[in-house]
Design a protein around this ligand. Structure first.
Ligand code: SAM
Length: 247
């Protein structure tokens, strides 16, 4: 990264255009001015998930209410792959990990689903979104996946769209390897990955999923993976086989 490249990146939930004034919240102001000791005139990179990435000048280095002014656009908006991740919430820290990796590994939408054996149903969506934003800031992303409120698996399946394939990570491991199954998908097919909870899917759920018109049951290999490991493995496989899917 050369000297003129800003090292600090911030997600800003405001329109970005030349000369746009950006009022930072207390946390962002504290981070830039107190933690990073930036002074007025310093340049940082900002993105909002819609307008690409801009260089912005710290115009008022107020510790609690700093302001930036957008100066010039450095990168256009890069769409996210048309890939969704559905997962059954697990323990807090591991759920944080799943949504963070979903952002890093490229998916457009993250959907928590409540299944029969799901233990932790209480989700703090604002906290999960903050984890995704932090991942995008640190990994050079210009987008943050959409995050849905939790829904029951039954409701999700009952309303499943005609055109999207649901890649069902089936812990029975009798389904074809995921890489083979993905390679057979027509390019650009809208897709979603489904990962179950630590306790797995109930026999009824597994039967319903195997018989559902939209599912593509896959195996992630001969070993049982923890739910967070399975989510990363499936997303990494999707990214490596599908690339920037549907973009
Ligand atoms: N308790 C279940 C059991 O022992 O069979 C294992 C559930 S596993 C911890 C959590 C989720 O990860 C599963 O529901 C499945 O979606 C996914 N998963 C784990 N290992 C997998 C594999 N080898 N193939 C496909 N999916 C897998």
């Amino acid at each position: 990264m050369n000297e003129t490249e800003p090292k600090i990146r911030l997600f800003i939930d405001a329109p970005l255009h030349e000369g746009a004034g950006i009022e930072l919240d207390r946390g962002q102001s504290n981070y830039l001015v107190t933690v990073m000791r930036l002074e007025a005139g310093a340049m940082i990179a900002v993105f909002n998930g819609r307008d690409g990435e801009w260089r912005a000048e710290l115009t008022d280095a107020h510790r609690k209410a700093a302001t930036l002014t957008a100066r010039d656009r450095r990168r256009g908006q890069e769409p996210l792959p048309d890939l969704h991740l559905l997962f059954a919430p697990i323990k807090k820290a591991r759920t944080d990990f799943i949504v963070e990796k979903a952002c890093e590994l490229g998916c457009a939408r993250v959907r928590p689903v409540i299944t029969r054996y799901t233990q932790s149903e209480r989700l703090k969506l604002d906290r999960l979104r903050a984890h995704m934003i932090e991942a995008a800031e640190q990994c050079g992303g210009v987008s943050v996946p959409d995050l849905d409120a939790a829904q029951s698996l039954g409701a999700v399946l009952a309303d499943w769209p005609q055109d999207r394939v649901l890649i069902f990570c089936d812990e029975a491991r009798t389904a074809p390897p995921m890489a083979d199954a993905l390679s057979a998908l027509p390019r650009g097919t809208p897709a979603a990955i489904l990962i179950g909870p630590e306790g797995g899917f109930s026999p009824e759920e597994a039967g319903h999923l195997r018989g559902h018109r939209a599912t593509l049951p896959v195996s992630l290999g001969p070993r049982i993976l923890r739910a967070d490991t399975a989510a990363v493995a499936a997303l990494a496989l999707a990214q490596s086989v599908l690339g920037d899917w549907g973009v």
